[in-house]
Design a protein around this ligand. Structure first.
Ligand code: FDP
Length: 343
């Protein structure tokens, strides 16, 4: 009996956790707390749809091509609309931007406009949907910098170091929500029976002994000399350490989540072939900046190969970037190789 009570005392729902975090900040109004709840709710909804993909006829592509030139999957649309609709009327958000839309997503007329800015990648890793592999949702929350009225493009083009909170939902063998609002990175696992996110990974810190490196080796012919030499170093060639093992899902949230929990590095370099991905593939605002914020608060580091991701102010909503993220020493080593060989 005593044992049962003890176990129950340790159950921390996301609601309790976010409220406790809010109480550390006496100036907090509860608005951010509510945005985080709304995103947790969006995550539950998206998770319920992704686990039913194929059954409820949502698997497969729509006929539309999105702004990135990719075929829009039905689940992408669902996730996109879910997040927008759960946040468009609350009076907490000034403006939104989604990886799926070319332009800003203003708050619809008639609804109050709030003080936060929400950027999201509704379903990251969508090329994996048809193969039942891990996918995710990434979100980034800034304070608006414009004074009033509808939120502006400038509100959305802030550097990652201005983030108030960032997180992701991962739809894998279980559904998890991982977030930080600046005081630690915390992970919650969705109990599908209770329908609640429970704290399972408090205070995540990237482990010091890296196990894995994660990169799309299929692109090696496009890499710079620095990136190639760095990769050889990770493989133990001309290095004073054992080779790291390779893991690559091709779904950023999945690859990042593993890196966060097991240590190591994920990278998606820029191409040396200008016509391909001279700035890399990943999006600064929807992918790199929020994950860099999480990595930073978990003791890690993220760089574009030259400078910290968190220092870069994107010039455009859909700006792409090279990304090196994870263990601080490994990311700094990548910068060192690039400095030495690519200038
Ligand atoms: P996807 O194209 O499946 O949506 O930025 C999107 C992304 O996946 C990331 O999630 C993933 O890390 C990367 O692209 C995979 O790109 P490659 O297929 O070129 O490796």
């Amino acid at each position: 009996m005593a044992n049962t009570r003890f176990n129950q005392a340790r159950i921390i729902t996301i609601e309790r956790h976010i409220l406790e975090e809010q109480s550390i900040h006496p100036e907090a109004t509860g608005v951010l707390t509510n945005i985080l709840y709304d995103l947790a709710l969006a995550g539950k909804f998206i998770a319920s749809q992704t686990t039913r993909a194929g059954l409820s006829e949502v698997l497969g592509a729509t006929d539309e091509i999105n702004i990135q030139g990719e075929t829009v999957m039905k689940l992408d649309e669902l996730a996109d609309q879910t997040i927008f609709r759960l946040n468009d009327h609350t009076g907490r958000i000034a403006v939104m931007a989604s990886e799926e839309h070319e332009h800003l997503l203003p708050i619809p007329e008639g609804f109050p406009v709030g003080k936060y800015v929400l950027l999201f990648d509704p379903l990251d890793g969508s090329s994996n949907i048809d193969y039942n592999a891990t996918i995710g949702t990434i979100f980034a929350i800034y304070r608006r910098i414009s004074s009033d009225g509808p939120g502006t493009l400038e509100d959305c083009l802030q550097p990652g170091k201005a983030l108030v909170a960032a997180g992701y939902l991962i739809y894998g063998s279980s559904t998890m929500l991982v977030y930080t609002s600046g005081s630690g990175v915390h992970g919650f696992t969705l109990d599908p029976i209770l329908g609640e996110f429970l704290l399972t990974h408090p205070k995540i810190h990237i482990p010091g002994k890296p196990k894995y490196y994660s990169v799309n080796h299929g692109n090696e012919i496009y890499w710079s000399e620095g990136v190639r030499k760095y990769t050889h170093w990770l493989q133990g060639i001309d290095a004073d350490h054992k080779p790291l093992s390779l893991r690559y899902i091709g779904s950023l949230v999945g690859d990042f989540h593993r890196t966060l929990l097991s240590g190591g590095i994920f990278y998606y370099p820029a191409d040396t072939h200008d016509h391909l991905k001279p700035r890399g593939k990943l999006r600064m605002a929807y992918e790199a900046a929020p994950l860099a914020f999480i990595a930073h608060h978990a003791g890690g580091y993220a760089s574009d190969g030259n400078s910290p991701i968190l220092d870069i102010r994107p010039a455009q909503l859909h700006q792409r970037t090279a990304l090196y993220i994870g263990d601080r020493t490994l990311v700094e080593k990548a910068e060192e190789f690039i400095r030495q060989h690519d200038k």
